[in-house]
Ligand binder design. Sequence first.
Ligand code: SF4
Length: 580
Amino acid sequence: MNIDIGKFAGFCDGVKYAVENTFSQAAKSENEIYVDGHLIHNPQTLDMLKNSGVHTYEDGEDISVLDGKTVIIRAHGVSPERRNILSKHAKKLVNLTCKYVAKTQGLVKKYSLLGYRIIVIGNPTHPEIIGVCGFADDVFVVYKDSDLDNLPNDEKKTLIVAQTTLQKDIFYKFVSKIKDKYKNSEIIIKDTICEATEQRQNEILDIAKRNDIVLVIGGSESSNTKNLYKIASEIKTSFYVEYKEDLNNLDLSNYKNIGIMAGASTPDWLIEEVAQTIKDKYASPLSKFFSNIFDFLNYGYIFFSVGAFLMSYAIYDILSQAFQYQIGIITASYYLYTSLSNGYSNYTIRISDKKRFAFYNKYKLFFMSIIFISCISMFYFSYKMSVGILMLTILSSLLGIGYNMSFKKQSKFDNSLFFNVFKKLIPFKAIVISVAVTILLNGSIFILNRNIIKEKFFAYLFSASIVFIFMFIRQALMEIKFSQSDKIAGAITLTTYIEPKKLAIITGLVPIIPILFMIIGIAMDKFSLSNNIKYLIPIVYSSIVSFIAMRRNAITISRHLFSFLIDSPLYILFLAALIK
Ligand code: SF4
């Protein structure tokens, strides 16, 4: 069974902007927050908003509940009149109207002032249309053929605009009928259907053509999802999926190619959850068996910890030192226990990676034992090697605490000075854990051979930068994958400050750091190119992995593929070390 997820499936820019800003308001605002109407048409995200303390102001409720509160205008926008009412009650008004809706509002306002009649083609009960109409004096909404009969029979100049999520052919069907009616009038036509809608509607046509069945994921109230479903169902058998549980009523066993598309208000994790549920349900017993094994290797960080051990081997090779396996064990154990502990301490996992969360709960005793054993083995080997390495291990473990901490708003630790200091490290978890592993591995090698920096300065810098960037790239790519759900869960990561796409570019470019050390070392005749040129292979490979991970499909299609992708540079590094 092949699963084909649309490139444009999921949050559009307008929804993303509104959702992320609302959650960030929730994280920092002292006031209670109300959204004027449902922020988006997605029940799961609305539940999460509720859990984050964001209330919905429903039409007809007593408006005085907004007094003194932060009030959010959602992506659909509101009329000027409604905006005035809201601002009279709210302490702070946050306008998250989508730029495409704002553009339609601006056009309607401008042409209305110029004396035009406005005809809006769209659903008259949709909040966007109610808001847009509020910007005009002489306005009519056309949604069905009979609405054309209500248009006045005069020759007034007219502006025609569309609901941003309308189907293009419906818009032009009504435009041509209106033009027929007003043959002698000046008519300006502005196709205000937004880019996101167009992209999704074009893509679903292709998805429907190349697959045997189409699943359209989105809230039952979402007009753009309904339109996608309508387009797909005209070409292929299609199903509307609002909740993952809707799949229980569906038998997909006779279909080979399943197309998946999602509306503009459907979060990534729901798309991934639906795709994963299908894969798990229809997998053969053999692939289910391998999938379970992979879950253990992946969720248990076995795959990555073995990679960390092999990375230690490569670092020794770069420094032309005999490999000391104990240092490899310390590094692997460190990564194992910090990452697994993070699986239990990080509360956002239950939102961003539900499958992993369920897995950890199912095998809690097993993973707790691994955490315990790896912690003991790390300190045992450190102690056996030297007191200096033990101190480094303690230092790295303290940094690991920073990595493991993620706070809910109003956490019980809020008033603790110690935790407040660490709290500042949270957005930089990817950097903190990478520094900690570099300190542990390269620092241990230094403690065991204090002349190494003097003798092989550039090789040492080269090796330390390799450890840092290989750790950093993996952490950053994980944060990119979970950036949407992390924001929704209120977690602060690097993606809070750096757009995921920009962060992916940074991870693709950081491998230049060891190359720079290599070039400077060669220029100063202090670096052996013949011994180390082979390491260009994993360095370039890690950069390629970052650029692949930028592609949306790599993020949503499969947890196994994604994990394999981000862990694989360590294995390539080891293979390079074996080249003699
Ligand atoms: S569907 Fe279009 S108009 Fe609506 S929020 Fe998204 S980008 Fe904006």
